[in-house]
Design a protein around this ligand. Structure first.
Ligand code: FAD
Length: 296
């Protein structure tokens, strides 16, 4: 991991909308620390079934008003009529948001349940992308991608059909579900390119802040947790300091290997914490930039 990379990668960060004042303070500390790294954009998630609709909106609005960062608002179509979803898009458009991460969302019965569109709702993420682009062609639309295929999917072909439909509808970039084994990403990328899909497939990187939590999340999201990763965190449940050092080393190793194989853009799932992501970005060669610092 010591060799210099041929070029500095581009990065983006994902945050979730805070539920309490304390979480709000933590989020803004993380944003202030990470903003000087000049990410291409920072995205804010949308709670299951639209549960964070207002909080996602106010976080995005505050990013727009108080920083020089480019926000990207996540949006799902689950459990909502098209008119409500369109209304969310319009509100974003009015305040100047030009980047949406458009998703179908998890079934309201929870991950693993059957997805059933709202009777007056969008039937799929591709329909949502098409609607956003039809009304606002200047909105940049990012979508999801699944290197290990989506847990509901019947196979890679079905997943790639959906990705193709999202691209045909106007999506310009996909961010992947997190993965820990880089080979899964490269195999998936080969499949995507073999289909003639040429949009950037940006790897989503999850620095493991808490192994137990991450593996339970991975199980639900259909992402595998390799044995070697479990081994790295073995015995560290009550040792957060060492855990953090191991987490930074593991994630930095992962992104460095991806970068050595030509990946030049990364999306980090920050979990609203800056330290690991800042350290990993530093190891990738990224340094705080004065202009971004002043504006954050
Ligand atoms: P799609 O890309 O539309 O579908 C994924 C796959 O599932 C398809 O390829 C297809 O094979 C299969 N599939 C889809 N619909 C059906 C169907 N009706 N029947 C059978 N198979 C089907 N969730 C949130 O709630 N809020 C967020 O902010 C959020 N952000 C995310 C960001 C990223 C980068 C990623 C990767 C995921 C995110 N998710 C979020 C999770 C996402 O909502 C879930 O994974 C959801 O189950 C699928 O939504 P999608 O848009 O990714 O699915």
């Amino acid at each position: 991991m010591t060799d210099l990379l041929p070029q500095l990668p581009a990065i983006s960060f994902e945050f979730f909308p805070p539920k309490s004042e304390e979480m709000e303070r933590n989020l803004w500390q993380a944003i202030s620390r990470l903003a000087p790294l000049a990410p291409r954009f920072v995205s804010v998630t949308y709670g299951a079934g639209g549960s964070t609709r207002e909080r996602t909106h106010s976080t995005i609005a505050r990013i727009l008003n108080e920083t020089s960062l480019t926000p990207a608002a996540h949006l799902t179509c689950v459990d909502a009529p098209c008119a409500d979803v369109d209304d969310v898009v319009e509100r974003y458009y009015e305040i100047g948001v030009r980047h949406i991460v458009a998703l179908r969302g998890d079934p309201s019965s929870g991950l693993g349940g059957a997805y059933c569109p709202h009777p007056q709702g969008y039937r799929s993420s591709a329909d949502l992308v098409a609607s956003i682009k039809r009304r606002h062609p200047d909105i940049d639309v990012t979508v999801s991608a699944y290197p290990e295929k989506h847990p509901e999917s019947s196979g890679f072909d079905a997943d790639l059909d959906m990705l193709q439909a999202k691209v045909d509808a106007g999506a310009t970039r996909a961010i992947t579900q997190f993965f820990f084994d880089n080979d899964l990403y490269f195999r998936y990328l080969d499949r995507v390119r073999a289909r003639g899909i040429n949009i950037p497939i940006v790897p989503g990187i999850l620095p493991v802040q808490n192994f137990k939590q991450a593996s339970s999340f991975a199980t639900r999201a259909g992402a595998s947790v390799p044995d070697w990763l479990a081994k790295q965190f073995e015995g560290l449940d009550d040792d957060p300091d060492t855990r953090k050092l191991v987490a930074a080393t593991v994630a930095a190793g992962q992104v460095h290997k991806l970068a050595k194989h030509g990946v030049d853009t990364f999306h980090f799932y920050t979990m609203n914490r800056a330290d690991l992501v800042f350290a990993i970005s530093h190891l990738l060669g990224l340094r705080p930039q004065a202009a971004a610092q002043k504006a954050a």
